[in-house]
Design a protein around this ligand. Structure first.
Ligand code: ATP
Ligand code: MG
Length: 456
């Protein structure tokens, strides 16, 4: 029987977690603080530790530090309250395996405990690989390792701990909506609604009633009261896409809502309080529109507490291999296909393409290629655009990008084949010795990831 140690000073929470896990068939141990937990682990090993951060005597972070000395193989899941996501992040940096936000959702608890147990059973090398992958998915679906992306991730991280309004500007397909979601789902607001509204898709005459709601009889066709998007997003984020299409009259109403933090539904006189962070997106430069008198400057100031400018994919060339890999992974899974990676030629063609449609275009290209290349590598013939002259002199930047890609790809393949080198090599279309050589070159740990003699 697998054992879980719950370290939590709130009795009610600790006991309900204990009950839940006991029902699932775990052996459950309980401790009211880090000190008690530490003494317990000194006496007997446990498989997983689930620990609160703030506790008397010894807090969760010091417990984590102590456990790393006496039981470094035991995964620790940190329980943390909303608004203290930062402490979860530092706990992760100090070696916590995962974190759970309070109030903990029971499904999440079980999922994470299970995952931690599987992790506990892995070899040390497998752990290194899993950790690298976990680090990369800190922002869920956002990928990129370039300096530009790094700066953007930093911004997302900071913005997810506050509720300031944000403007995201970028060309079509650069990831405006995805960034908005990352800000919302990575922090404070993650359990609150994220409501996306495309301002350009609502007829001008209906925008106010859609945003602010209406009372029955406010206009012909208003058969009943209806709440607007602002109220629907209460406590969370309202994503106003294509902000530049908002008529000037609505801009004024929006400004009033942001300043007074209340909405008045159409046909009503009673203001209703709202607590909503607005993330607005635009592919137009709003300052230029202000200069032309098409956008209200005060509204821009209100929303523009922080501005995120998303680069075009051309400016993120270095991230292309990783993105390619990310979408390959996604679509082979989604379509349940087997694809043996991508040829260097095709990768070069992708690196050299113009990408007017940015990341979305890249995503579509990969999706399409996955459809056509079942069971083999994606080649230039699977790409929808003509491939220009490609020289062999790929340049330093490209070489680095390729290496990065290869490394990611091997790590993913290893994981998919449960670290079995023979299977991994086969899936990559290379021999086992080449795989070892590659792993050496790319500095991928491999000491104890040997396939077991029994064949596993
Ligand atoms: N850094 C990234 N990592 C992974 N996927 C990304 C990244 N950036 C964008 N994408 C993906 O590219 C696609 C387009 O992104 P998104 O819809 O957020 O762009 P957008 O800027 O809102 O586009 P539009 O202006 O056309 O509405 C989505 O499928 C998104 O998941
Ligand atoms: Mg969009």
């Amino acid at each position: 029987m697998k054992s879980v140690l719950i370290v939590e000073d709130e009795n009610v929470l600790r006991e309900s977690l204990a009950e839940l896990l006991a029902e699932e068939g775990y052996e459950v141990l309980q401790a009211q603080n880090g000190k008690v937990a530490y003494d317990l682990v000194l006496q007997r090993p446990v498989d997983v530790v689930l620990s609160d951060i703030h506790m008397p005597e010894m807090d969760g972070i010091s417990l984590l530090g102590h456990l790393q000395k006496i039981a470094p193989q035991t995964p620790v899941i940190i329980l943390t309250a909303f608004g203290t996501v930062q402490s979860a992040v530092s706990a992760m940096k100090s070696g916590a395996y995962d974190y759970l936000l309070k109030p903990a959702n029971f499904d999440d608890v079980l999922l994470k405990v299970n995952r931690a147990l599987e992790f506990g059973e892995m070899s040390a090398t497998q752990k290194v690989i899993t950790e690298q992958l976990a680090e990369e998915s800190l922002f869920h679906n956002l990928v990129g390792t370039s300096k530009e992306m790094g700066k953007l991730f930093d911004m997302v991280r900071k913005l997810s701990t506050v509720k300031s309004n944000v403007i995201i500007v970028g060309a079509s397909g650069t990831g405006k909506e995805l960034f908005a979601k990352s800000i919302h789902y990575n922090g404070l607001t993650r359990t609150k609604p994220f409501v996306a509204v495309n301002c350009g898709a609502i007829p001008d005459t209906l925008i106010e009633s859609e945003l602010f709601g209406y009372r029955r009889g406010a206009f012909t066709g208003a058969m009943r009261d209806k709440i607007g998007y602002f109220e629907a997003a209460n406590g969370g984020t309202l994503f106003l896409d294509e902000l530049s299409t908002l008529p000037v009259s609505v801009q004024s109403s929006l400004l009033r809502v942001l300043e007074e933090r209340v909405v008045v539904p159409v046909g009503d006189t009673h203001p209703r309080p709202i607590d909503v962070r607005v993330i607005a997106a635009s592919n137009q430069d709003l300052q230029t529109m202000v200069d032309k008198g098409e956008f209200r400057e005060v509204l821009l100031f209100r929303l523009n507490v922080v501005k995120i400018q998303l680069p075009s994919l051309r400016q993120l060339k270095e991230d292309i291999p990783l993105l390619v890999h990310h979408f390959l992974d996604r679509y082979t899974h989604e379509m349940n296909k087997k694809v043996l990676g991508i040829t260097n030629g095709a990768m070069r063609a992708l690196l050299n393409h113009e990408w007017r449609g940015n990341v979305r275009e890249l995503e579509n290209v990969i999706e399409r290629a996955v459809i056509f290349s079942e069971g083999r590598q994606i080649g230039v013939e699977d790409l929808p655009f003509a491939v220009g002259e490609i020289t062999d002199d790929v340049g330093e930047e490209l070489k680095e990008a390729m290496e990065h890609f290869e490394r990611q790809h091997i790590l993913y393949s290893l994981r998919r084949h449960k670290y079995d080198k023979t299977e991994t090599a086969k899936s990559l279309g290379i021999g086992v010795s080449s795989l070892y050589r590659k792993m050496d070159e790319l500095k991928i740990e491999k000491n104890d990831a040997e396939p077991s003699p029994a064949g596993g």
